[in-house]
Design a protein around this ligand. Structure first.
Ligand SMILES: Cc1ncc(COP(=O)(O)O)c(C=O)c1O
Length: 454
């Protein structure tokens, strides 16, 4: 008997797109109806980038199950790219929102719960002072504005391959050793390269050289890079980052919007120090749009000095709806029921099972592909683990990824588009993890051009 012939990734994409179209008549009809009224047929244009011939319309999402308009169920490993990391509509959040919904949605005044939420945030994330924003993007923008105001310096240092939301000054890349505006950015208000310096993650010498220039107000960083595949910090790198930023009076903003997956206190809980600012959005309020910005006593004192010298006018920070009572109800419930040791232990268990399962899938096929994991968040990549953003970028294989994502989608398994990221929510059944591993294995056995170690 001859072995079944393998397909090219392009052929897989073609076949899977056709299979998706055939089994999704209701999504197709909704796409047709939405097209005349929404740019690219979707409420945000990038939602059209999943690679399906038309968008998958969602009718319901609960726990790890997402149901589409055609009543197909999916096991969700994407989880809204982190917003639903604790599962869709966790009961404590849904209940808290429902209870608050009839008691006021927005007042431009602090809700009664503000005091207790401040206490809960401080106890959980070990920083004394907090502000709230609607999105992580906005919290990062605020942190950068404060950093410039507090240091009197103008630039931000970011790591190659970073993403911190649509924050203009972080939309930059390192190309040929130079900081340049990120490819594809639409309508920037200024030349982002004039406001930022990009260096490679894990490169202490480049970091030191950039800090010595004297223009850097802040470094904004994820403790593990998660938006260019996943790049782990080498031993001691984060400690050096903290020590050198402090030595140069450069403020350190840790963006833990994704690495909150590490555990109930975020990645920083495993470090011996605190950052000057700590930002988290997405899952912080269990999936309701909200973000928090934490900071130290020292930063608070410096902020008060800036506020004391102001002559009035608008600060350029803050939005009308961000600190609404619905968000505080959700934050309170999330801090009590989701950001806990027990919840993270469940998530961790699933992630370890998935990591081992994928290791076995790759080993059986002699693939030297790596798996990186930060708590309940995993990413696999084609080849050895990258040490920085440029290595990670070079190792990407977009066509193969696209083929895999569509293959999984048609087998009721949802992973994050654009890269190979998976999250394990607390209620994820072990059998679903086995099914994902088996399905990835079948894909690898069906597709041509998979490079093995032999
Ligand atoms: C590390 C990090 N920070 C900030 C953001 C921005 O989050 P949002 O789009 O909710 O503003 C993202 C989004 O992916 C992110 O990955």
């Amino acid at each position: 008997m001859t072995a079944p012939s393998r397909l090219t990734p392009e052929t897989v994409i073609e076949r899977e797109r056709a299979a998706f179209a055939a089994r999704s008549p209701r999504s197709a009809a909704l796409a047709k109806r939405a097209a005349p009224h929404w740019l690219s047929g979707v409420p945000m244009h990038w939602m059209a980038d999943w690679g399906t011939p038309f968008p998958l319309f969602v009718s319901n999402a609960s726990g790890v199950t997402l149901t589409d308009a055609d009543s197909h169920g999916y096991v969700d490993f994407c989880l809204g790219d982190t917003g639903a990391m604790y599962g869709h509509s966790p009961a404590p959040i849904a209940d808290a929102i429902a209870a608050q919904a009839a008691r006021g949605l927005t007042c431009m005044l602090p809700a009664e719960t503000v005091a207790s939420v401040g206490e809960l945030l401080s106890a959980r994330f070990k920083l004394p002072f907090w502000q709230v924003a609607q999105t992580a993007t906005d919290a990062n923008r605020a942190a950068l504005r404060w950093a410039r105001a507090l240091t009197g310096k103008s630039k931000v240092l970011v790591f190659q391959g970073c993403y911190h939301g649509t924050v203009d000054e972080t939309m930059v890349r390192l190309r040929g050793g130079r900081t340049v505006p990120r490819e594809g950015a639409i309508g920037p208000a200024f030349d982002a390269a004039s406001a930022a310096v990009v260096v490679e993650f894990n490169d202490i010498d480049a970091l030191e050289r950039a800090l010595q220039g004297g223009e850097i107000a802040a470094v904004i960083a994820e403790p593990v890079m998660t938006n260019i595949g996943m790049v782990l910090p080498q031993a001691g790198f984060l400690d050096v980052l903290r020590a050198r930023t402090r030595a140069h009076d450069v403020l350190l903003i840790l963006d833990e919007t994704h690495t909150l997956s590490s555990g109930p206190g975020g990645y920083v809980a495993s470090l011996a120090w605190q950052s000057d600012f700590w930002v988290c959005g997405k899952a912080i309020a269990g999936g309701l749009p909200a973000a928090v910005l934490g900071f130290t006593d020292d930063i608070e004192a410096r902020m008060r000095a800036v506020l004391g010298k102001r002559t009035g006018g608008h600060s350029g920070m803050g939005t009308t709806l961000a600190a609404n009572p619905l968000v505080f109800a959700a934050l309170s419930a999330a801090l009590t029921h989701l950001h806990t040791e027990d919840t993270h232990a469940e998530m961790h268990r699933g992630a370890v099972q998935l990591e081992r399962g994928l290791q076995a899938v790759f080993a059986e096929r002699n693939l030297d592909w790596h798996i990186s994991r930060v708590g309940a968040r995993l990413e696999f990549g084609f080849g050895p683990a990258p040490r920085n953003g440029s290595e990670a970028e070079r190792a990407m294989r977009p066509t193969l990824e696209h083929a895999l994502h569509l293959w999984l989608l048609n087998r009721s398994l949802l992973v994050t588009p654009f890269h190979n990221m998976m999250l394990t929510a607390p209620m994820l059944p072990a059998a679903a993890i086995d099914r994902l591993c088996a399905s990835i294995g079948e894909f690898l056995d069906s597709v041509d051009g998979i490079v093995s170690m032999e």
